[in-house]
Design a protein. Structure first.
Ligand code: ASP
Length: 446
């Protein structure tokens, strides 16, 4: 792109979104400090309401695209592979890589939480002033209770991938079921051959239309994200953040280690790709993930960034990313392991090494089962708590600052998917470094 063309186009999308985030934080904090959090009347409330609607419209537009996009892109990815064995190889590699990175994430989480011990020596008075009780509710320390149910829940997740009724799966927006049906349909189409050409052409058209749709929605991303972030920071509870600061910091350090060291090394060594270039390419998706706290809502952006800006072939990206958005949640797995040990420490329960292994396994599985929506990790954490013999009410201890941590772990979930796409694409010889100035808004759909 020439300098004049660039000037005409204005700032790159990632800078616009970053400015939106910074201004959103500044405005939200200003209102929070001046008027207090949680205002429910008057003009400030009106502004907050308008902003929340603005953010909601953006998230709804993105979510509107997910099902048709996942359907069309996976179908085309598989038909273009042309060989069912190639699909088996790609699928095996993808699932294997996802298990590996999730396990590494939990390991990082367990490492930092055992070094920082955020639940020991915490100011319990500050917590109780916030209405957060640290008394042990009910019996705890029943080692091993619930391990079986954790496994059953995960087996259920896999069995439930098979939709009893594909139309219902599409209507419900069940991404895993849609993926399963689409893979099945695409394999059958490949086998049928010529007779399925008309259908394939229609789906190819749908795929291109959806990709254009993402580009259209991206235009409003910086403004919508500004509103979304401002509304979140207007309501942020600083007292809770302070009281639970050490815990939050432990989660963030763990996420940092996984994102900057583990995943970056994998991209560098196995993906043979400059991690800085990758960050730049997927920055819009990472910032959208951080703002929306939903990997599912971010999925259209992730797919577009990887194919149009990072040079990953749609053949790989369109298969690896939708699956990753739903089953590969490194940030969530890491956060669950830290949170459960924090809760145990706060309640004065000593966790043995064996119990930490149980947490290691169940946190990895619970993250696979978590939906790609805000707060989902908090729900599946019940699996880990039960397995560790801790009371479910323990979740109440960390609720107050969950949203902000959700934003960070969601960004790492998406970063994990992006890194996986690069490493797997490299192993399939399906990646090229992007051209200078490559941008979703300028690109023609692949
Ligand atoms: N919000 C996360 C996501 O969408 C899931 C979680 O709650 O950890 O990836």
């Amino acid at each position: 792109m020439t300098a004049t063309e660039k000037k005409k186009k204005g700032l790159d999308l990632q800078w616009k979104i970053l400015i939106g985030i910074v201004l959103g934080i500044a405005l939200g904090l200003f209102i929070n400090v001046t008027y207090g959090a949680g205002v429910t009347t008057g003009p400030i409330y009106a502004i907050k309401t308008v902003f929340k609607y603005g953010g909601d419209i953006f998230i709804r537009l993105l979510r509107m695209l997910i099902i048709p996009l996942v359907f069309a892109s996976i179908f085309m990815a598989i038909v273009n592979l042309g060989d069912v064995r190639a699909l088996g190889k790609l699928g095996g590699k993808t699932v294997g890589f996802y298990f590996l990175t999730t396990a590494l994430a939990v390991a990082a989480g367990l490492l930092v939480v055992n070094v920082f011990n955020p639940g020991l020596g915490i100011d319990k008075e500050a917590l109780s002033a916030l209405g957060i009780g640290t008394e042990v509710p009910g019996k705890v320390g029943r080692a091993g209770v619930g391990e079986k149910s954790a496994v059953i829940i995960i087996i259920d997740t896999f069995v439930n991938m098979i939709p009893k009724n594909p139309v219902a799966a599409f209507a419900k927006g069940d991404i895993l079921q849609v993926i399963f049906f689409t893979i099945f349909l695409a394999i059958m189409a490949s086998i049928v051959g010529k007779a399925s050409d008309t259908m394939t052409n229609v789906i190819h058209g749908l795929d291109r239309i959806m990709q254009k749709g993402i580009m259209a929605i991206m235009v409003i991303a910086p403004y919508a994200i500004f509103m979304l972030v401002a509304a979140i920071f207007m309501d942020l509870g600083f007292a809770a953040l302070k009281a639970l600061g050490k815990y939050a910091l432990t989660v963030l350090v763990g996420l940092g280690i996984h994102a900057f060291i583990t995943l970056t090394a994998l991209v560098w060594i196995f993906g043979k790709y400059n991690p800085l270039k990758l960050v730049k390419a997927v920055a819009p998706a990472l910032m959208t993930a951080w703002s929306t706290a939903s990997s599912a809502a971010t999925l259209p952006m992730t797919m577009s960034n990887l194919t149009n800006r990072a040079g990953v072939s749609p053949k790989v990206a369109n298969f690896v990313l939708p699956l990753g958005a739903t089953v590969n949640m490194d940030g969530t797995a890491l956060y669950e392991s830290v949170a459960v040990i924090f809760i145990a420490q706060l309640l004065g329960v000593d966790l043995t090494f064996g119990m930490q292994i149980v947490i290691f396994i169940t946190a990895s599985l619970a993250a696979i089962g978590a939906a790609a929506i805000p707060g989902a990790g908090l729900v599946t954490m019940g699996i880990v708590l039960t397995a560790a013999g801790l009371p479910l009410d323990g979740i109440g201890l960390i609720l107050a600052i969950d949203r902000i941590l959700d934003q960070f772990r969601t960004a790492i979930n998406v970063w994990g998917d992006a890194c996986a796409a690069v490493v797997i694409a490299r192993s399939e010889d399906a990646i090229s470094e992007p051209a200078e100035g490559a941008d979703d808004l300028a690109a023609e759909p692949a």
